[in-house]
Ligand binder design. Structure first.
Ligand code: ADP
Ligand code: ASP
Ligand code: MG
Length: 405
C-alpha cells in the first residue's frame, strides 16, 4: 500500500470517454489498497479556448481576471473525474487548488507556490477517498485565484508529491515517456528509460513541453523522483531523477525546439554603463522572462552605440514592446525590431561536460541545411541557436539525425 500522486494531462482527460479511462486506471490502484491523489488538467483545448475568448475582447486582458477565467478549466475536470469514480463505486472528492491548500504568491498567470498545507487532503485520504485536485491553480494568502503558468498541472503534481511525501509520482500523458526529441516532429525519436533532472530541466525549458520546466526545477530541489508515462497503455515510461555517473557517456540526450519565443532588437542603444541595467530592470519589473541576450557594437553610426537583442516568451512580446516604448524617450535608442518568426533549437546532454566539438558539429549540420544562425547561447550541458521559425522542424530532424541517429 502506497501513497501515489498521479497527474493526467489535457489529452488524457480530453473527453468523457478518456475521463472514464482515467477513472478505470485509478480504480485499479485503489483496488490494491493504494492511497491516491489525482491531479487533472483542463480538457485539451479548453485553456487555449478560454484565452482566445478573453483576447477577442481585448489583446492584453487583466491578469487577475485571466486567472479567474483559466482556473475554470481544471474545475470542470476535477468534478467530472470524481463523478467518473463514483460511477465505478469508488469514493472520491474533488478539490480546487485553494481547497487543497496550495498557497501561491500574487504573480497572476505565473504564480509560484509558496507553501502547501495538505490537511484537507490527508483527512479525505484517511476517510478512504480518492482525492482529485485541480492542477495549475492556487490561491494567494489574501484569497485571490492564481494560476501557475502554462503546463502548470505538472507543478501541482510534483509539489503535492513533495508535500505529501508520496512514494510514487506518475505523470500520465499522451506519449510513452520522454523522447530524444518530440516524437510528433521527429519520427525517429527514441524513448529514454531515464533522464537526469538537469537534462529534463533544459529540455523542458527549451521547448520540450512534455514537462513544465518549473515542475522539474521543483522536483530537483525536493528530490522528487517521477515517472512520465502514457495514460493510454501500460508501457513503462521514463524515470526522471538525479544524475548518475553512467549518464555522462551519452553526449546529446535530446534535441528540442521552442517555437514560443520572440525576438526584440533595439538598434543603436547608447554604449555606456547602466543602460542595459535600466532596460532589463524595467522588463523584469513587468514580470517578463528574458531568455537570450546578445549585444553587438553597431557599425552604422559615429557615436558609440550597440545593437541589443533579446528573446522573450511569445505571449509577452506585446507587453515587452510596451515597456521598451516607454523607455525610448529616456534612453534614446533607434529603431525597435520585434519578430515572432523565430525558433530556438537546442541540444542537451550532461555528457557535453566531458566531450568537445559539440557546438562545431551543430553549426556544421545547420550550415549543410542552409540554415542561418541568428543568436547562440551555451551552458555546460546545452547549446542553443535561434533560427528562422519556418526551418525549425527541418533543422530539428537534421540535428537529431546527426547526433542521435
Ligand atoms: P499533457 O497534456 O499530458 O500535459 P503535453 O501536451 O503538455 O501533455 O505534453 C505532451 C506532448 O509533449 C507530447 O504529445 C509531445 O508531442 C510533446 N513533446 C515535446 N517534446 C517531447 C519529448 N522530448 N518527449 C516526449 N514528448 C515531447
Ligand atoms: N490547463 C493548463 C494549460 O493548458 C495547465 C496544464 O495543462 O498543465 O496550460
Ligand atoms: Mg503538459
Amino acid at each position: 500500500m502506497a501513497l501515489i500522486v498521479q497527474k493526467y494531462g489535457g489529452t488524457s482527460v480530453g473527453n468523457t470517454g478518456r475521463i472514464k479511462n482515467v477513472a478505470a486506471r485509478v480504480a485499479g490502484y485503489y483496488a490494491k489498497g493504494d492511497k491516491l491523489v489525482v491531479v487533472v488538467s483542463a480538457m485539451s483545448g479548453v485553456t487555449d479556448n478560454l484565452l482566445k475568448l478573453a483576447k477577442e475582447i481585448m489583446p492584453l486582458p487583466n491578469e487577475r481576471e485571466l486567472d479567474v477565467l483559466l482556473a475554470t478549466g481544471e474545475q470542470t475536470t476535477i468534478a467530472l473525474t470524481a463523478i467518473a469514480l463514483h460511477a465505478l463505486g469508488i469514493p472520491a472528492v474533488s478539490l480546487t487548488g485553494a481547497q487543497a491548500g496550495i498557497v501561491t504568491d500574487g504573480v497572476h498567470t505565473k504564480a509560484k507556490i509558496k507553501n502547501i498545507t495538505p490537511k484537507k487532503i490527508h483527512e479525505l485520504l484517511t476517510q478512504g477517498n480518492v482525492v482529485i485536485v485541480a492542477g495549475f491553480q492556487g490561491q494567494t494568502i489574501e484569497g485571490q485565484v492564481t494560476t501557475l503558468g502554462r503546463g502548470g498541472s505538472d507543478l501541482t503534481a510534483i509539489a503535492l508529491a513533495a508535500a505529501l511525501r508520496a512514494e510514487l509520482c506518475q505523470i500520465y500523458t499522451d506519449v510513452d515517456g520522454v523522447y530524444t526529441a518530440d516524437p510528433r516532429i521527429v519520427p525517429g525519436a527514441r524513448k529514454l528509460e531515464e533522464i537526469s533532472y538537469d537534462e529534463m530541466l533544459e529540455l523542458a525549458s527549451l521547448g520540450a513541453k512534455v514537462m513544465q520546466s518549473r515542475s522539474v526545477e521543483f522536483a530537483k530541489k525536493f528530490g522528487v523522483v517521477f515517472e512520465v508515462r502514457s495514460s493510454l497503455n501500460d508501457n513503462p515510461g521514463t524515470i526522471v531523477k538525479e544524475e548518475t555517473k553512467n549518464m555522462e557517456s551519452i553526449v546529446v540526450r535530446g534535441v528540442s525546439v521552442d517555437k514560443n519565443q520572440a525576438k526584440v532588437t533595439l538598434v543603436s542603444v547608447p554604449d555606456k554603463p547602466g543602460i542595459a541595467a535600466r532596460i532589463f530592470k524595467a522588463i523584469g519589473d513587468a514580470s517578463i522572462n528574458v531568455d537570450m541576450i546578445v549585444q553587438n557594437i553597431s557599425h552604422s553610426t559615429g557615436v558609440p552605440a550597440t545593437d541589443l537583442s533579446f528573446t522573450v516568451d511569445k505571449p509577452d512580446l506585446l507587453k515587452a514592446q510596451k515597456v521598451i516604448d516607454g523607455l525610448k524617450p529616456q534612453i534614446g535608442f533607434g529603431q525597435v525590431i520585434a519578430t515572432d518568426n523565430i525558433a530556438k533549437l537546442s541540444i542537451v546532454g550532461v555528457g557535453m561536460k566531458s566531450h568537445t566539438g559539440v557546438a562545431g558539429k551543430l553549426f556544421e549540420t545547420l550550415a549543410r541545411e542552409g540554415i542561418n544562425i541568428e543568436m547562440i547561447s551555451t551552458s555546460e550541458i546545452k547549446v542553443s541557436v535561434v533560427i528562422d521559425l519556418a526551418k525549425a522542424e527541418m533543422a530539428m530532424k537534421a540535428v537529431h539525425a546527426a547526433f542521435i541517429g
